[in-house]
Structure formats: structure tokens, C-alpha cells
Design a protein around this ligand. Structure first.
Ligand SMILES: Nc1ncnc2c1ncn2[C@@H]1O[C@H](COP(=O)(O)OP(=O)(O)OP(=O)(O)O)[C@@H](O)[C@H]1O
Length: 234
């Protein structure tokens, strides 16, 4: 395969990515290369402290500035931090901390323009997209005025994933999506993670210290080592 064919269809790529913020004595990432195509689900595993969350922060453009080497590409083009913030959605380990509203409907609509400031058909399309994301995550039966702090941990995580998908990112990054969930919730979430990639044709990247259950949905897997290097193992 030529380099062009190789990178065709790649939604999210890190190429020899390094990251050394001024606050750290040593680089947190030194040599990370990964790539994911549309519809693919990738898994990055590694022990605690190996730099998995840092990798998601850098890929999503949310890492404190400076100290970056290598490249991040979205849809085959080099993406600066602003482009990454637009194109990449991320759900961190404790998603409820990142909710911006108190009810389900407010969480999905807080950034919408006022109803009298956009055409009705645009608003209806927007609402249909949100319904689609809620349905994809198995949340269609939740009342729209449900208080987010009354939902279970598993429901909150699914709301956070649906809210990110509703932003229509090209890639979705998930940090320890099973954290704090019991076996039943984990088993329920697994096919939804796969659907979030395949049914929406996005690239989904999951980081976790544990690959046992998540490997079932992974099309590719990388292992990170302390020092921020990364090796493809699947
Ligand atoms: N801005 C920063 N400045 C200095 N050190 C940092 C910074 N961010 C993270 N670190 C350190 O970098 C290392 C990697 O952290 P990171 O959270 O990325 O690891 P992780 O693999 O996600 O760990 P865990 O599985 O426990 O969540 C840790 O030792 C952490 O303390």
C-alpha cells in the first residue's frame, strides 16, 4: 500500500506524538502512533500513570498548551488544538463532573440558539439528531426533564456519550468507560460502544487500564508504557 492509500479513510491519527508540559519533570508522552478509520473502535491499555488520560487530553485539544511534538491528524489533515476541540469529543472518567446543566433536555440544548433565531426545520432536525443519539445509547425512554443527578452511574455515562455524539464529532474518545459500573451495566454498555463507532461511522478510541471486557469491541489495540510510548498489539 502507498502512504496515501494507507492514510485514506483514517479519521484520527497520532504520528510520533510527544507531550512534555512545563509542569512535568519528564515527557508524559514520547512516541505515540495510532490511527483509526471511520467505524473503527480502538483500545489503548496500560497501567495507571502510563499516560492514557494525557493522550486523550492531547488528542482532544484539551491539554494545557505547549510541549507537543509529532502530529495529530483528523480526516487526513494536521489538526491544531482548536481543530481538535471542534472535531473530537471526549468523555472523561467521571462524566457527571462535566455536565453543564441539571436536566437531560437542558444538557442537550444549552448551546442551541434561541428558538426565534433559527428556522423551524433546522431546530426540528437538531431535535431529531438528539433523539437519535439518545436512542443509540438506549436512553429513549428517559423523561426529557429527568434530573441528571438522579440517574445511575451507567445512565450518566450513557448521557455523556450521547451528548458528545450529538455534537457530531468525527472521533469520540472515552476514558475508562467502565469505571464505577457493575457487571450488568458494563455488559449493557459494550454493544453501545461498538454501535457508537459502527452505526455512526465515527472513530472511537477507548483508554482503560483493563482490556479484558473491552477487547470484545476493539478493532485495534495499543499498549502504553510508562514514559508515554505505545505499541500496537492487535
Ligand atoms: N499537567 C501535568 N503536569 C505534570 N504531571 C502530569 C500532568 N498531567 C499528568 N501528569 C502525570 O503524568 C502521569 C500520567 O498521567 P495520566 O493521568 O495520563 O495516566 P493514566 O495512564 O491515565 O493513569 P490512570 O489509569 O491512573 O488514570 C501521572 O504520573 C500524572 O501524575
Amino acid at each position: 500500500m502507498s502512504p496515501t492509500e494507507e492514510s485514506e479513510g483514517v479519521v484520527l491519527a497520532a504520528r510520533k506524538l510527544g507531550y512534555h508540559p512545563p509542569s512535568a519533570p519528564k515527557p508524559l508522552l514520547t512516541d505515540v502512533s495510532i490511527d483509526l478509520r471511520a467505524g473503527q473502535c480502538g483500545l489503548v491499555t496500560g497501567i495507571s500513570g502510563s499516560g492514557k488520560t494525557t493522550l486523550l487530553r492531547v488528542l482532544s485539544g484539551l491539554a494545557p498548551g505547549g510541549g507537543e511534538t509529532g502530529q495529530v491528524c483528523v480526516d487526513g489533515k494536521m489538526a491544531d488544538t482548536a481543530a481538535r476541540r471542534r472535531a473530537v469529543g471526549v468523555v472523561f472518567q467521571q462524566p457527571s463532573r462535566h455536565f453543564v446543566a441539571d436536566t437531560l433536555v437542558a444538557e442537550f440544548t444549552y448551546a442551541w440558539p434561541p428558538a426565534d433565531k433559527e428556522p423551524r426545520e433546522v431546530r426540528l432536525r437538531r431535535a431529531a439528531e438528539v433523539q437519535g443519539c439518545l436512542a443509540l445509547l438506549g436512553l429513549a425512554s428517559l423523561p426529557l426533564d429527568a434530573k441528571l443527578d438522579t440517574l445511575s452511574g451507567g445512565q450518566q455515562r450513557r448521557v455523556a456519550i450521547a451528548a458528545q455524539l450529538a455534537r457530531q464529532p468525527h472521533a469520540l474518545l472515552l476514558d475508562e468507560p467502565f469505571a464505577g459500573l457493575d457487571w450488568r451495566s458494563r455488559q449493557g454498555l459494550l454493544p453501545l460502544l461498538r454501535a457508537a463507532a459502527r452505526d455512526t461511522n465515527r472513530a472511537v478510541l477507548i483508554v482503560s487500564h483493563d482490556n479484558e471486557e473491552l477487547r470484545a469491541v476493539a478493532d485495534a489495540e495499543w499498549r502504553m508504557d510508562v514514559g508515554g510510548t505505545c505499541e500496537r498489539i492487535l
